[in-house]
Write a protein of this length. Structure first.
Lengths: 320, 58
């Protein structure tokens, strides 16, 4: 008998083939899109600590945890619906469903269970506004973005970006039970950041979206138009990011940081706008890749500065 | 017949069961902690009909 088979009274069962019923814990964890979750956790946490008032530390931890679980549920449901296009894109073909480790039905059940769990727990331990926002976020990401817009319009990233922008607003609502100008501006910061971030990615992963037939701006309007869109959205983003510094969650430190970060980010966007495909192909999309990496730092730095202002406020150093 | 060597399938199954076990224990601890926090706040009051009334025991 070989190592890869079990001999029974009937027929030998081959265990060497991939069996979707026996996925490991890490496969289910991968369904939650842990890399995206880091952004969700961090921005939700900052929204929560920047909100006026306070929550018990365990309630704060739980609120962020339930937001993360809700975000993870969205990731699992996204993979359930997009299994067909994930299978043909290089970037996503190793995900648990296309890799044959988890079935689509399992991913659906897993995602729906976690979604319901996170919303109910949020309602029980924080408040209905935060739970309602979390429910709307999951609905928006799955139904509006994944099922409806993603394969239909090149504005998919713009509108779908709203789903990823809700976590700081939910964190804020978990404390205050309300929506405020500050939480709306934090939402707007992520909302406006998402398109240039993903369009830069689309510029240097060109074949992926073409093969999957996803109507990315690069496919429908061309790469020149995408470059112009990145520049325009980055300019609008810069104005919003600086405006956030003038509210109660900002302060001199945030404002100084935001000016430097946005000047640098805008410079990168203008460089992308001025380039053509010949230049980009000549240096293997170096500028686009640098801009994409910088965009990750950009968002973490902005929310980090808000957190710093909040942390320094009790010592009379942070905030206005 | 018994398997003499552990197959990769068993390793995956063990990791899943262990992970789920840890998550469940963590969940129980979290709910216990959250309940303690909720009942310790000043706002917490028992519903009127559930309050202990010593006169009822006499």
């Amino acid at each position: 008998m070989s190592d890869a088979s079990i001999e029974t009274n009937a027929t030998p069962i081959n265990l060497s083939a991939s069996n979707p019923q026996d996925a490991g814990f890490s496969d289910f964890f991968a369904l939650l899109k842990p890399r995206v979750m880091t952004l969700v956790v961090f921005t939700a946490f900052i929204g929560l600590v920047a909100a006026p008032g306070g929550l018990h530390p365990l309630l704060s931890f739980s609120a962020v945890l339930f937001i993360a679980v809700g975000g993870g549920a969205s990731g699992a449901l996204n993979m359930w619906w997009d299994a067909d296009i994930d299978a043909v894109m290089n970037r996503t073909r190793k995900r648990p469903i296309p890799a044959g480790k988890i079935t689509r039905d399992e991913a659906f059940g897993f995602g729906m269970t976690l979604a319901a769990f996170s919303i109910v727990m949020m309602a029980l331990f924080t408040n209905l506004v935060a739970a309602g926002l979390l429910a709307f976020t999951i609905f928006f990401y799955i139904v509006i973005y994944t099922i409806w817009l993603k394969r239909w319009t090149p504005q998919n990233i713009v509108i779908g970006g709203a789903a990823g922008a809700f976590p700081p607003m939910i964190g804020w609502a978990a404390v205050t039970g309300d929506v405020a100008l500050e939480s709306i501006l934090m939402f707007a910061l992520i909302f406006m950041w998402t398109p240039p971030h993903f369009w830069a990615l689309a510029l240097f992963t060109r074949t992926d979206y073409d093969v999957a037939d996803v109507p990315m701006l690069t496919v429908t309007h061309g790469r020149k138009a995408t470059r112009a869109h990145i520049a325009v959205y980055t300019a609008l983003l810069a104005a919003l990011a600086v405006a956030l510094g003038l509210t109660s969650v900002g302060g001199p430190l945030y404002l100084a940081g935001a000016i430097v970060l946005n000047a640098h980010f805008l410079k990168g966007a203008i460089e992308i706008w001025r380039r053509d495909e010949t230049d980009a192909e000549a240096d293997s999309y170096k500028t686009e890749k640098t801009f994409f990496r910088a965009s990750l730092f950009y968002l973490f730095a902005h929310f980090g500065l808000i957190g710093l202002e909040t942390a320094l406020a009790p010592f009379g150093l942070g905030g206005w | 017949m018994a398997l003499s060597r552990q197959h990769e399938l068993h390793r995956r199954r063990f990791s899943r069961n262990l992970g789920l076990g840890i998550v469940l224990v963590g969940f129980v601890a979290l709910i216990f902690g959250l309940t303690m926090v909720k009942v310790s706040t000043d706002e917490f009051t028992m519903p009127l009909e559930d309050r202990f009334d010593p006169r009822e025991t006499n």
